[in-house]
Design a protein around this ligand. Structure first.
Ligand SMILES: [Zn+2]
Length: 191
């Protein structure tokens, strides 16, 4: 079993292009059938937890425009987005494509944010000049104000909603920082 890397993807482009791009992911109804993607291009080890039919209906069912369209959804990557969408599979798996290939092919603007709690990293991918740019960094650590426990917390979380593994309190928000923030907001409000 791989470590799962949880991803959130935002796509923008012409509806048909975005749809074709989405089809590159592995959908729930395709997971069990090893060769269901045979002969088709696809993203290695990148899973959407929905059947393609339902996904298509939900995201593209009501579209009547040809103009640019944007959608967002979750994708789970095995190990990392880097290993799935940038490295892809080794050469002998000709069907597997990279993000670079897909962006060029479908002219879609892509933004991906991931978090991997096991190894403790996050990734950020954006599209610039029709090419994906990649960045990865350590998941930030925060200190519990009640017990001093240091804990990794993904950037996408609201600190006040995170429970401390050690003491069970919700005390990762530094009170002093909060007071300063509130004061600053008040000052801004007065202007
Ligand atoms: Zn604590």
């Amino acid at each position: 079993m791989p470590n799962w890397c949880w991803g959130y993807i935002e796509l923008k482009g012409k509806p048909k292009d975005v749809e074709n791009f989405c089809k590159l992911f592995v959908f729930e109804d395709e997971v069990d059938k090893d060769d269901s993607k045979k002969g088709q291009k696809y993203f290695a080890r990148s899973f959407v937890h929905q059947n393609w039919k339902d996904f298509k209906k939900e995201y593209f069912g009501d579209i009547t425009t040809e103009k640019e369209w944007d959608i967002s959804f979750n994708v789970d990557f095995a190990w990392s987005c880097w290993s799935c969408l940038f490295e892809g599979y080794p050469d002998d798996w000709k069907e597997c494509v990279t993000l670079k290939w897909a962006i060029k092919k479908y002219n879609v603007n892509v933004k991906i944010e991931t978090e991997e709690g096991g190894m403790g990293f996050e990734e950020k991918i954006i599209t610039r000049n029709k090419k994906p740019t990649y960045d990865s960094f350590d998941m930030p650590k925060h200190i519990c104000q009640k017990c001093g426990n240091e804990q990794m917390i993904a950037s996408s979380y609201d600190l006040e909603d995170v429970e401390c593994y050690e003491c069970g309190e919700y005390s990762f928000v530094d009170e002093l920082t909060e007071i300063v923030k509130e004061k600053l907001e008040k000052i801004k409000g007065k202007k």
